[in-house]
Design a binder for this molecule. Structure first.
Ligand SMILES: O=P(O)(O)OC[C@H]1O[C@H](OP(=O)(O)OP(=O)(O)O)[C@H](O)[C@@H]1O
Ligand SMILES: O=c1cc[nH]c(=O)[nH]1
Ligand SMILES: [Mg+2]
Length: 211
């Protein structure tokens, strides 16, 4: 597994406001969207392209276009949905699949409650969207399912990661073609499995369900 931390002042600036407990849901959604586009710029550095000939108003030349099969983007519902628009803005022709996953608040075990993806992912590049890599249980299970279906290149975009989750991913996904792109690897997890300093519950903050 490869880990890439996007070190950029604009990313750090937006992430700081995202973390701030005073930031309301509409602002949180906007910042998450903007951050994804910045992360996606790095995450798609190896997106597969092929040469194509075109005619400009002046002459004939060659350029590149995204190769077929098209990349697949998979937001992990619920919080990952808040990253979808920012991603498909850069990859408008991508296909979109969906995984619904929830982490039990007591056991921290992830389970899947929705799965709407192509059965055969052979030869596909897949971009998984999940804002929080905490214990790693959710992403490990989600990515294993993608690899089981044949995906041969998986990149996970996470706004934040915990060192514990990165370690679990490295152990569980050793030898697999997986990259994690994140804006920050934070300090640690707390006793409830929340990232510290983190930003709280991403889904709640995004959709205003914090109570
Ligand atoms: O790395 P892990 O320890 O598995 O935790 C990370 C997961 O926890 C959150 O989802 P949550 O279960 O809160 O669902 P939600 O997005 O519907 O709020 C988050 O969006 C990740 O999917
Ligand atoms: O800090 C965390 C950990 C898991 N899920 C979240 O939404 N936030
Ligand atoms: Mg949640």
């Amino acid at each position: 597994m490869r880990l890439q931390i996007v070190d950029h002042p604009l990313v750090a600036h937006k992430l700081t406001t995202l973390r701030d407990a005073r930031t309301d849901s509409p602002t949180f959604r906007r910042l998450a969207d903007e951050l994804v586009t910045l992360l996606a710029y790095e995450a798609t550095r190896d997106v597969r392209v092929e040469e194509v000939g075109i005619r400009t108003p002046v002459t004939e030349t060659t350029g590149v276009q995204l190769s077929r099969p098209r990349p697949l983007v998979v937001p992990i519902i619920r919080a990952g949905l808040g990253m979808l628009e920012g991603m498909v803005r850069l990859l408008p022709t991508a296909e979109v699949g969906f995984l619904g996953m929830i982490r039990d608040e007591e056991t921290l075990q992830a389970s899947t409650y929705a799965n709407r993806m192509p059965d055969d992912l052979s030869g596909r590049q897949v971009y998984v969207l999940d804002p929080m890599l905490a214990t790693g249980g959710t992403l490990v299970a989600g990515i294993k399912e993608l690899i089981r279906r044949g995906a041969d290149d998986v990149t996970a975009l996470c706004l934040l990661a915990a060192p514990e989750g990165v370690e679990v991913m490295e152990r569980e996904l050793a030898g697999t073609p997986v990259t994690v792109v994140t804006a920050s690897v934070d300090e640690r997890l707390d006793e409830q499995g929340f990232i510290v300093p983190g930003l709280g519950d991403a889904g709640d903050r995004m959709y205003g369900t914090a109570g």
